[in-house]
Write a protein that binds this ligand. Structure first.
Ligand code: 3EB
Length: 333
């Protein structure tokens, strides 16, 4: 990375004017209610926010350098030094079923091919983190669950762009009730170190029972440069090996998810022992399948974290029908 590019993050806070110099904003994510399109890349996540701040929340990625704004096919991106943040928003109705590929599969392949082409053109080839939001992710259409259709298209773009799956970014893939497909990503000119969970089968090596083509993500990624390390923990769930555990028990699923997150922290700290990451030092996004489970999930989260921890809860569909909760986290060390 360029020596003076620093990646900054403003934790989720209620919607309102952004208190950061516009030139230094890389991009933003809004959860819940959508508002005006700002000048910078915006990922609008149409998921109800649970808990007190129900109107909506926003978080901002920014840098120490002025950013350049750009458009590339369907991508709106900003680049500062060796960092690039982009958002792709695509309407499935613009895609047709073709050669046995569903519209969603074609969309996923198109989106990721655009993404990789942009990163190549920008000499910013290293994908650190991807946030995938897909309408009606668990619905079965044309004989296959939509998440599985998405996985086929995504994988085809990885393969077609000669991207090895074992160097996959940290990621998440969640479902909205409706709206477009939205994919946000953070990339850089320096690689991230992928981290796997020894208690889990790597997602890119899942057996066929989860779909004909495996998802392409790493359990976590460690990125940055000496003196500034970022840890991105992918969407993490109550999975041991490749199996969902605690089916039907949302509190136990939450506790098991934290056990997996703790293992990922341990793995990261082994690679980066000087400034260890701690559970308390991370920002969390918690996806709850059933809004009614929010109190139980919150109680199970507070058994792991303190009251003043930075946690946002949203209602989302999770990409395995038996998962009731999924948690992702990130932080600088
Ligand atoms: C899992 O562990 C839960 O398809 O990009 C988590 C994180 C999950 C990322 C993705 C899926 C994805 O399999 C699901």
């Amino acid at each position: 990375m360029y020596p003076d590019t620093r990646l900054h993050y403003t934790s989720p806070h209620p919607l309102g004017p952004v208190a950061i110099a516009p030139a230094q904003i890389l991009g933003m994510c809004r959860l819940g209610r959508d508002e005006q399109q700002p000048d910078w890349p915006l990922q609008s996540v149409r998921m109800p926010v649970l808990g007190p701040a129900t109107a909506g929340m926003q978080e901002v990625w920014h840098t120490s350098l002025p950013a350049q704004d750009g458009h590339f096919h369907d991508i709106h991106y900003r680049r500062a030094g060796g960092l690039l943040f982009g958002v792709i928003t695509l309407d499935e109705r613009q895609f047709a079923m073709q050669d046995g590929a569903t519209a969603l599969q074609a969309l996923a392949e198109t989106a990721y091919r655009q993404l990789f082409a942009l990163l190549d053109a920008q000499h910013c080839p290293h994908l650190w983190r991807v946030w995938n939001y897909i309408p009606r992710i668990n619905v079965e259409e044309h004989g296959m669950e939509r998440y599985r259709q998405f996985n086929i298209g995504r994988h085809q773009a990885f393969a077609g762009s000669r991207r090895p799956v074992h160097g996959s970014p940290a990621a998440c893939a969640l479902g909205t009730a409706d709206g477009p497909v939205s994919i946000a990503f953070l990339a850089a000119d320096s690689p991230a170190l992928p981290i796997e969970n020894p208690r889990q089968v790597s997602a890119f090596a899942y057996p066929q029972q989860y779909g004909p083509v495996s998802p392409t993500f790493s359990r976590a990624a460690l990125a940055g440069q000496p003196g500034e390390q970022w840890l991105f923990i992918s969407g993490t769930a109550s999975i041991i090996g490749h199996l969902t555990v605690h089916v039907g028990d949302v509190a136990a699923q939450t506790a098991e998810t934290f056990a997996n997150i703790a293992i990922l922290l341990e793995q990261a700290n082994r690679l980066q022992p000087r400034q260890p990451f701690t559970l308390a030092g991370l920002d969390y996004r918690v996806y709850v399948r059933h809004a009614a489970d929010y109190p139980a999930v919150r109680a199970a989260v507070l058994a792991q974290l303190s009251e003043d921890s930075r946690v946002v809860y949203v209602q989302a569909d999770i990409c395995r029908a038996d998962l009731l909760v999924e948690i992702e986290a990130q932080g600088a060390g």
